[in-house]
Design a protein around this ligand. Structure first.
Ligand code: TXA
Ligand code: MG
Length: 329
């Protein structure tokens, strides 16, 4: 684990990480969303290492990170006008675009499919690493498959210790939730995964976007992209979502001897014997805290987490999606 400044990354430390990547190794690094587990996207052997380290099923394709929009042609075969408009507005940033892939992108990156997911991250460490390495970097979230995404280097260490060559420790990630994934290979743009950039912002720029997932429990069952597992982003402690504040459910569980963690939307009156965490009522602040709180509660050895859902409104789409997936059996 190598500490690196998140605002002014030390060039010699970045160079060391870049050398590991160029030699086919695995480097975990912060992005503006969550920590990623990176490998040279053009080296099939190196990318195979990501799947092994995570225990990730081979049918779940990876996001390729590039240093600048001007480099898309390295991995993408077609760049429609709509992609250009989205990239102009949202890159660097938490928007991932799915487009037809360049033949040189190894099949293992795209799970054998004809499309590739690509984004330019908005984090000084991620960008410095991409520039120094001079290669596109395939990077899923740096956690074991299905588990919670890491927002701190210690989460990465906890989940992947002994399985990666280097972890760049660059402070907690500012976003705290993954990027929004939009498929541009069909006649109409399609939202594959809600994320930090909300649907409303995207639609204001490019018009209607088809929704492959909705923030409802049943919809999370559909699989819009090959790797979109219903259960995902999950703590080990069983978690359930409730509409309303959940107080009666918490009391009921407690009455039957279950140790409960209660995640509320804004402040609620606490009661003894229950670990209560009040999450912010503003969506970006909530997203920033959610995984870190779940990681912490997961280590408290509780029997159940009860989560009060935020409102069913567009700005909460990504948060509700993650909570439903975390609750899925
Ligand atoms: O914020 C993020 O996106 C983070 C940081 C590290 O960039 N990465 C991340 O990667 O969340 P991962 O692997 O945990 O999630 C990638 C998502 C998966 O749901 C995957 O199925 C989808 O993107 N995906 C990747 N390539 C795809 C493709 N060619 N077609 C459709 N979906 C794709
Ligand atoms: Mg992930």
């Amino acid at each position: 684990m190598l500490p690196v400044s998140a605002t002014a990354p030390e060039p010699e430390r970045i160079a060391r990480a870049a050398a590991v990547l160029r030699a086919g190794g695995l480097v975990a690094f912060p992005t503006e969303t969550v920590y990623g587990l990176g490998a040279n996207a053009l080296d099939a052997e190196a990318v195979a290492g990501i799947f092994r380290a995570k225990g990730r099923p081979a049918n779940n394709p990876l996001i390729v990170h590039i240093a600048a929009k001007e480099q898309v042609s390295q991995v993408v075969a077609e760049w429609p006008r709509i992609a250009e408009r989205l990239a102009m507005r949202f890159w660097p940033g938490p928007l991932t675009l799915v487009l037809p892939k360049q033949p040189r992108v190894p099949d293992i990156v795209t799970a054998g499919g004809p499309t590739v997911a690509v984004r330019v991250p908005a984090h000084p460490i991620a960008l410095a690493l991409l520039q120094a390495a001079g290669i596109p970097i395939a990077a899923p979230s740096a956690n074991r498959s299905e588990q919670l995404s890491p927002t701190k280097a210690e989460h990465v260490l906890h989940s992947l210790e002994g399985r990666v060559n280097l972890i760049l420790n660059g402070a907690p990630t500012p976003g705290g939730l993954e990027s929004t994934v939009v498929d541009l290979t069909q006649s109409q743009p399609r939202l594959l995964r809600p994320g930090l950039i909300n649907l409303t912002e995207l639609e204001q720029l490019i018009g209607p976007i088809e929704r492959a997932t909705k923030a409802a429990p049943d919809d999370a069952v559909s699989l819009p992209s090959p790797g979109m597992l219903r259960r995902h982003y999950a703590p080990r402690t069983p978690l359930e979502c409730v509409e309303g504040d959940g107080r009666s459910r918490v009391e009921q569980l407690q009455g039957s001897g279950v140790q409960v963690g209660w995640l509320t939307f804004g402040a609620r009156q606490a009661f003894p014997g229950v670990i209560g965490v009040a999450l912010p009522q503003e969506s970006a602040a909530y997203a920033n805290r959610l995984y870190a709180v779940l990681h912490d509660l997961d280590r408290a050895g509780l029997g159940r987490l009860v989560v009060e859902l935020p409102p069913d409104e567009p700005v909460w789409l990504a948060v509700r999606d993650r909570l439903y997936r975390a609750a899925a059996k």
